[in-house]
Design a protein around this ligand. Sequence first.
Ligand code: DUC
Ligand code: ZN
Ligand code: ZN
Length: 484
Amino acid sequence: MFDTVIHSGTVVTATDSFKGDIGIRDGRIAAIAETLPGGDRRIDAGGRLVLPGGIEAHAHIAQESSAGVMTADDYYSGSVSAAFGGNSSFIPFAGQHRGQSVDDVLATYDARAKRSVIDYSYHLIISDPTEKVLTDELPRAFERGITSFKVFMTYDLMNLGDGGMLDILTVAKEHGAITMVHAENNEMVKWMNRRLAAKGLTAPKYHAISRPELAEEEAINRAISLAKLVDAPLFIVHVSTAGGAALVQRAKLDGAKLFAETCPQYLALTRHDLDRPGMEGAKFMCSPPVRDEATQDALWRHIQAGTFESVSSDHAPYRFDETGKFTAGTDAPYPKIANGMPGIAARLPYLFSEGVMKGRITLQHFVALSSTNAAKTFGMTTKGSIAPGMDADIVIWNPEATRTVTLADQHDNIDYSPFEGMVLTGVPEVVLNRGQVIVEHGELRAAEGQGRFVARARVDLTGKPGYRAKELDPAQNFGAEIAP
Ligand code: DUC
Ligand code: ZN
Ligand code: ZN
């Protein structure tokens, strides 16, 4: 009757926790009961937690940066690393560079993603919102189930300006898509860069100084205002500051259609890590930069208070060599060092150990932050929970095993891990994607290319009443002609 039965585990969802068996048939969860007989294969989960497979909602895989540097992980190595970290699906970015058509971008990523061992979709990065992109190509991307678009407020080659952002927000809203934003004030960062360069201050540690907390806070405030003007849903990626998180919290309280994430690096690392000897600090360079211990505490409190839907890795893997961090030379000034760090395999072990084991979050909250909320926000309707009819995307988790993070355990294509040496409790032992075991006790069982593209549904805005700008509110009898 069942292809697989997972028995005797403690099943945890975003709302519940219970002892029970899970019966899997044709890749889906067919039954849940106190005990289930049969199963061509029976997996003993005694003493283990049985959780929805992680959904990694922020990763850069087989993606060229705007400076032309390719990430070290492709869809094979990136998905393998994700699977070892307890994920059964992910949503990397498909990045449009200026002058490219969205159709070409998606064709390119479709070819790259064929190698994935886990299910996948893409968030579409827009850097060139031409009329054709806005009226023809984005609606078509949406039609095929790509329901999230990302924009940048920083980087000269990516930054859309406020008007461009309003255009994307409006088109996304019309189609039921969500706009994601990298929020940092470009001019503040450029001004800081000039001041630092004039004094010859170019070591990696100055990267953190060049991107002030205020640059993020100002941009988050502006992004929220832009989204409110057109009453469009917005997702703030990689929030790194207490001030930025407080703005998100406040706007949510006001009813904005707002979502946000933070990342383990902002909880685990500080700007002192960028001040390690020689060029070591380059390993810890990401944008926005890691901050300080007070910020870590504040971000944990915001996790506890529900400010963030997800904790995502922002896996942006550049090797510590001339192919990655140092394409401009091993002594390059910080603005020419590739921005980003790996972490797709460490995300869930870190969050479990520091969150659940240290009593900061409940198990159910861990499930919500690692899987369920991403499924809901980004429209993966058959994923993110353990219930009859859902995809059998499951991770069997040993909550007691403690191990020291090693590079080898990351199974990625990177030559360092920023989490290396940390002692974490909780290990994803067996991972299933649509009922297939893909990782089992440290061994890869998946075949290259067995992951499937997931067509996603529109963003779920239940519980988010939104905001109507007076000047665009037909009910107030003016502005109706241009109301989006
Ligand atoms: N933004 C990201 O989301 N990831 C890596 C670098 C960046 O600027
Ligand atoms: Zn970003
Ligand atoms: Zn990113």
